[in-house]
Design a protein around this ligand. Structure first.
Ligand code: TXA
Ligand code: MG
Length: 345
């Protein structure tokens, strides 16, 4: 791949103006959103969009999300918005909600992987907002990680994955939500969640009534025929093998396996909520605390996986997360990251 010098810059107004210029000229800029860092290109420039796929090593069959500065830009990329979609946009934009809508012909096929729909959102982050306004064009942006790795929640994560492949990274600090946006098909009734995320099912239901959640994982082994081609099972994986513990006796089973791994001279790491981390403290075990509540856990999940990877662990043991709200998105990401699930009832 062609080597591109990467500038890592604090997201000052001057650097945001520079980044907007890079986008307008067909370059690639990673920037913070409220969910995770995105890797942006002018969504109406097919060559620029092609470079996103190359930089990430992302399969062309996985479509991108188009970011707008506001709903008033919708006609640039979408042909039509259903009344339910309209209600959701009004309730949650700017914010971590992505709507799948019928696409405008001027959106290049590369953005939507040839689908006749386009995924769109208006991010709620001051740097993303300022960049989108300054660029003046819709910006296609997947998460700014190498394909198959966990999404980046800091500029350093982006640097680690994409330096030498993109023109610029705007550093706006750690992202506040920490898991990706909720992807919703609002042309269906009831509204269908294709990917759980920062806007919870309960929040959606308060606006549009009962919603359904797409549970069809890619156990069948391919993205073909899936409603959301990004739902690959290993989409959010750390480098180390991740084993997920589920069920009433999950904590016990994890503790037993942790002791066995340590005794065998392995180097295990643990991901656990604060309350469970207490019970798992063992000499020699690296325990990453996800925090006391689901909001903290969402913010820290990907950073935790990357941190444990950086510590050179050979296996990550994780306790499944309970609860509604962000619990749904957390369980989704954990089960996609897992190479094995242990059910202990
Ligand atoms: O929070 C987020 O959504 C972040 C930030 C950067 O905005 N972006 C993100 O993008 O997570 P990405 O590319 O990693 O995930 C995009 C998701 C994938 O699951 C993809 O399949 C789905 O959106 N998607 C995109 N276009 C679609 C379409 N036309 N129909 C159904 N699903 C679509
Ligand atoms: Mg992604």
């Amino acid at each position: 791949m062609e080597h591109v010098p990467t500038q890592l810059l604090p997201a000052t107004p001057e650097h945001i103006a520079l980044a907007a210029e890079v986008l307008r000229r067909g370059g690639l800029v990673a920037f913070p959103t409220e969910t995770v860092y995105g890797l942006g290109a002018n969504a109406l420039d097919a060559d620029a969009v092609a470079r996103i796929f190359a930089a990430k090593e992302r399969p062309a069959a996985d479509p991108l999300i188009v970011h707008l500065s506001g709903a008033e830009q919708l006609p640039l990329v979408a042909r039509h918005v259903s009344p339910l979609g309209q209600a959701l946009a009004e309730a949650f934009w700017p914010g971590p909600l992505t709507l799948v809508l019928p696409k405008q012909p001027q959106v290049p096929a590369a953005v939507t992987a040839g689908l006749d729909t386009v995924a769109v959102r208006v991010p709620d982050h001051p740097v993303a907002q300022a960049l989108l306004r300054a660029a003046g064009v819709p910006v296609a942006a997947p998460s700014a990680n190498r394909f198959g790795r966990t999404s980046p929640t800091t500029a350093q994560h982006v640097w680690h994955d994409l330096r030498g492949r993109i023109e610029m990274i705007l550093d706006g600090g750690p992202t506040p939500v920490g898991v990706e946006s909720t992807v919703v098909d609002a042309s269906a009734s009831p509204v269908r969640i294709l990917r759980p995320g920062g806007v919870t099912a309960e929040m959606l239901e308060a606006v549009v009534g009962p919603v359904t959640v797409e549970q069809r994982a890619v156990e069948e082994g391919g993205a073909h025929g899936l409603p959301s081609p990004g739902l690959l099972r290993t989409h959010y994986a750390p480098r180390a093998e991740l084993v997920l513990y589920r069920g009433r006796r999950a904590l016990n089973a994890l503790r037993t396996d942790l002791a066995a791994a340590l005794a065998a001279g392995r180097r295990p790491g643990v991901l656990a909520m604060d309350a469970e981390a207490e019970a798992l403290a063992a000499p020699g075990a690296l325990v990453y605390r996800l925090g006391a509540d689901l909001e903290a856990a969402a913010q820290r999940l990907y950073a935790g996986m990357r941190w444990l990877d950086g510590q050179g662990v050979d296996v990550i043991l994780a306790c499944d997360v309970a609860g509604g709200g962000l619990g749904l998105a957390l369980r989704d990401r954990l089960s996609r990251a897992a190479s094995r699930v242990v059910i202990a009832d």
